[in-house]
Structures are given as C-alpha cells and as structure tokens.
Design a binder for this molecule. Sequence first.
Ligand SMILES: Nc1ncnc2c1ncn2[C@@H]1O[C@H](COP(=O)(O)OP(=O)(O)O)[C@@H](O)[C@H]1O
Ligand SMILES: [Mg+2]
Length: 301
Amino acid sequence: MSVRVQELSKVFGTQRAVDQVSFQAREGEILGFLGPNGAGKSTCMKIITTFIPPTAGRVEVCGQDVQAHPLAVRRRIGYLPETNPLYRDMYVREYLRFIASLHRLKDARTRVQAMIEQTGLEREQHKRIGALSKGYRQRVGLAQALMHDPEVLILDEPTSGLDPNQLVEIRRLIRELGRKKTVIFSTHIMQEVQALCDRVLIISKGRIVANDPIERLQQRISGERQVTVTFAQPVRREALLKIRHVKAASELGDNRWKLSADGRHDIRPEVFRFAVHQKLTLLEMVQEQYSVEDVFQQLTR
Ligand SMILES: Nc1ncnc2c1ncn2[C@@H]1O[C@H](COP(=O)(O)OP(=O)(O)O)[C@@H](O)[C@H]1O
Ligand SMILES: [Mg+2]
C-alpha cells in the first residue's frame, strides 16, 4: 500500500477539520479527493506530506510513519500545494536547478532537462516564473513535485484556475503520471473525478462519505433507476406495472413511458422480454445515468 491513513483527525481550536478519516491508496492508483471548500482536503494532504501533525490517527507512506520518519516520507512524496509557492523572481530553469540541489540529485542537469520536457516547459524555461501564465506556473509546480522521482504524488487542486485548454493539458499529464505513480489529487469539480480517477473519495465536513470506484459509486446511490421506453404501439399502464421490479410507469406521450424501479435492479432485460412476449415493437430504451454531481449531492446532503 502506498498511502495508508487510519482514523486521522485534525482539530483546529474547537473545529474538527478532519474527523476519523481512513483510506488507502494502492500503487499506480489515481485517487480523487472530492469535496466542497472547507471539507478538509488540504488539511489531510498537509498531514500526509508531513507539513502539519495530526491530532490523532496514523498515516503511513510506503510503509513509513509520517510522524516517526518525516524525512523518509518526504523523499517518497511529491507535493503540489494548493497555493503553489513559487519564487516569482526566479527563472524556470534556475528554480528547477535549485529544487534539484535541495534534493541533492547527482545528475541534476539531466534531471532538470527531463522534467522540463515531461511537463512541456521547453518554450518557457528561460522565462521568469512571475511572467508565466497560471497553467505554466502549475507545470513548474508539477516539475518541482516530480524532481526526485517520488513514488507518490499529492496534488492539491492542481487544475484550479486554469482555462479550458490548460485544464485538458494538465489532466493529460496527471493521467500519464498515474500510470507509474500513486496519485492523490483534490478537486471540487466532479467531471474531473470522472475524467481522471480510478477511485473517488468524497469528503464533506471532515468526514468521508464515500470511498468507491467511480462506477460503483454511481450504482450505489439509493433511490430509483429510471428507464425511458418507447413502443411502436399503445400499451396499458397496468401491463407495464406487471413487469418485474417496475414500481411506477408514467406516460410521456406518443407511446413513450418512464418506468421507475428500485436502484438495485436493472429492469431493461425484463422490459425487453415483456415487449417480445406482448408482440410489441420496442423503438427506444434508455436508462438514465446518474452523474457524479447527483451522487455527490445525495451523499453530502
Ligand atoms: N491552520 C488552520 N487554522 C484553523 N483552521 C483551519 C486551518 N487550516 C484549515 N482550517 C479549517 O479547516 C477546515 C478544512 O480546511 P481545508 O482542509 O483547507 O479544506 P479544503 O481543502 O477541503 O477546502 C476549514 O473550515 C478551514 O477553515
Ligand atoms: Mg483546499
């Protein structure tokens, strides 16, 4: 296990910013940390990266306890903080050389060059950091986080404030990094989680409200599944209500019906068999998908 968090809590004054949070991230997994502002995402990340101590609980990174062995942990972690603290007056290449020297890398020059290439900074490498667009500053932050080739990457809202083009580029980079490394990134954007993650951890008011693979999360939410069906012929409501698991049927006009069932059952095979049995022509059958937004709203209500 790359990251193991057990019953982690952090109290600021009277506030429990993180409340009994437990989760794990496996090697090569992209884990999305989804939650509204103030949910406790950054606080968790600061503890995992050894920048602040927990009030209670335990965090291990690649088998090393963050409190007992903070330096060993830092060697294995690349961290892009929420407010990326770059030296605006330094030049891109100069800054990355500085970072390489902090890590005491032997072949610093080669490594810096490789990072510049990997994060697409070739054209900007001789610019002052302060003169870069937000998207490129974010790349410098990523190059910094990757410099010592860490096993685990912790990225705190890496895409916030980027324009749509920059967003696509940074997401592509994160996806690529996720093939070899364990990546935990935070976001409050649902689509991002759908686009990038293997698994999503939803956090609200310091607590984990869901920890699931994306597909399972969508299935897991309670409530109804709705299927819209169009037949070529008129159908009686009573007949539709006899289909197994169908709980309600409402007519939308032109032989179109909305059928509802318990969220646990996929009624489409039954509807198909019904149509065949009744010699009805089925023109359309669509099961409505829940978006991550729906899931999120349900879980954090
Ligand atoms: N150093 C701090 N002192 C006091 N309260 C803090 C501190 N850091 C964070 N908090 C509070 O903890 C809660 C969680 O914050 P944070 O982890 O930054 O959330 P997120 O990153 O999900 O937006 C917020 O209510 C925030 O105000
Ligand atoms: Mg935050």
